[in-house]
Design a protein around this ligand. Sequence first.
Ligand code: ATP
Ligand code: MG
Length: 234
Amino acid sequence: MHPHRRDPAPLSAAPIAARFQRIFAERGMPPSGMPVSDTPEPIPALERAQKQIPRLYRDAVADHPRVAAWVHTIAGTAEAPNVSARRQVTHGPSLLLVGRTGRGKTHAAYGAIRSLLGAGIDVRWHATTAADLYAEMRSRQGADPEWMLRRIIRIPVLILDDLGAAKSSEWTEELTYRLINQRSIHQLPTLVTSNLPVGDLRAQIGDRVASRLAGMCEQVVFTGSDRRRHGNAA
Ligand SMILES: Nc1ncnc2c1ncn2[C@@H]1O[C@H](COP(=O)(O)OP(=O)(O)OP(=O)(O)O)[C@@H](O)[C@H]1O
Ligand SMILES: [Mg+2]
């Protein structure tokens, strides 16, 4: 159990919204930084999502101003397929979250998903590390790798964590290219994290992927100290 974590509280929109507002106020951001919930509390989609989110990140909020701004943009472009449906993410910009280890990149990515759900947006999302994706795509145990890749290509919001951390090869480069190229041309919001400096990331993933990432992503740099070593005072 993380020393700074509270026991999970029952989820409802009001405390989450209050928490966002407090964080935005502390950071001098206007309350409009927080998308307003358009559903009555509680939010079943957020409660369901909690089970898919690793325990370490179940309290995460998009408290980085640039990530909060992204949440606001994505929530703003979400559209309801019909009058009785909740708004869904259809397209939007992506983020490349960079910084050394333990600076809060993965926390911010899950925080962004939770913030969107907390705002009442219907988000279909998936999270994977690049290394896990490659391993799953290599697996031959009854899985259909092409079907899996197509599903991840099309998911409305994707967290692609730790890009550049796995050993690269022509095969990983091609796979990453197919994923990023499709998400880039369809403008599907993708939260990419990497702890490599941008030059090293380019060398690791190849020019074609790096170029597309540069085109589709706003880069957000996470600084401070390693929160795993120094707690969350950073
Ligand atoms: N804004 C935050 N508020 C509270 N806790 C945070 C925050 N950001 C990160 N943490 C905590 O700090 C630790 C490290 O964060 P995280 O896993 O996101 O780092 P990272 O940048 O993804 O590191 P790596 O590059 O090694 O994957 C985690 O325990 C996380 O819950
Ligand atoms: Mg991480």
